[in-house]
Design a protein around this ligand. Sequence first.
Ligand code: AMP
Length: 303
Amino acid sequence: MSLLVVGSVALDSVQTPFGSTADALGGSAVFFAAAGALLHPVQLVGVIGSDYPEGKLQQLAKRGIDLTGLTRADGESFRWKGRYSYDLQNRETLETRLGVFADFQPTIPAAFRDAQYVFLGNIDPELQLRVLDQVRQPKLVACDTMNYWIQSKLDVVLELLRHVDVLMVNDAEARQISGDWNIYRAARWILERGPSQVVIKQGEYGAVLMSDHTLFYVPAYPLEEIFDPTGAGDAFAGGFMAHLARTADLDPLNVRRAMVYGSAMGSFAVERFGVDRFDELTIDEVTRRVREFADLVHFEVRE
Ligand code: AMP
């Protein structure tokens, strides 16, 4: 059951109250793949410039990421610079330099076109649609988007929704797409426009899964130290999709389990800067954390 991700491959410079990074490995596809590959091999499609530290990416890729679909173009890599507030709740984008990402035309290698599980990371929705033209018969397509595209290309985002099974966005994005401040009504609005499931991520408050038949909530793992929230959403998506791909089971109970793998991977992402935590993370640690989630929410009704 092959798992494909298309998204940004970036160099991130992040400032948090606890430290900073400069030109660290990042981007939606990289966070997704770093988290997902621990559970199931990930095929990555993206573009890097001539200045990208490919050695570091290859090192990470050894953990199960197929880089056949990574193109190296002449020019600067995509760079993103952001700063977090003291409570790590708010993020300010200081700079976005598109570089080679500006002309990115995702070409899915022949060997990836039969991918069964597809994640469309946050890129131009027109490109997300073009990826879908190139994959044959995926079993499950999930996608992300962001305020920039919702504002500038809402019609294309809505067209995309007609072609995906799962929309995974944060609460602000769900509110912006639907024009409704209430996330449950926002989810319902989205469900009426194509996807059969919506995942709304709420940072330290967890994430909600909604379909016509289900409402499921997974908390965020209660961490006492958080270093860098960057990439938590993409790592969540990586855990969610990789669990579904490796189990090849879309039963609603297994989708709930996938939500817990997603939340676990999101929590690992924020424990270190960038993708550093995924360099050494083991499957045993993931399993242990997933079990802790079961304890966290377990209770018995006595009435
Ligand atoms: P998240 O924290 O999950 O929202 O994802 C953060 C990642 O998104 C960072 O690694 C950035 O490199 C990447 N990113 C930021 N802005 C964009 C953009 N306009 N398009 C694609 N990726 C972006």
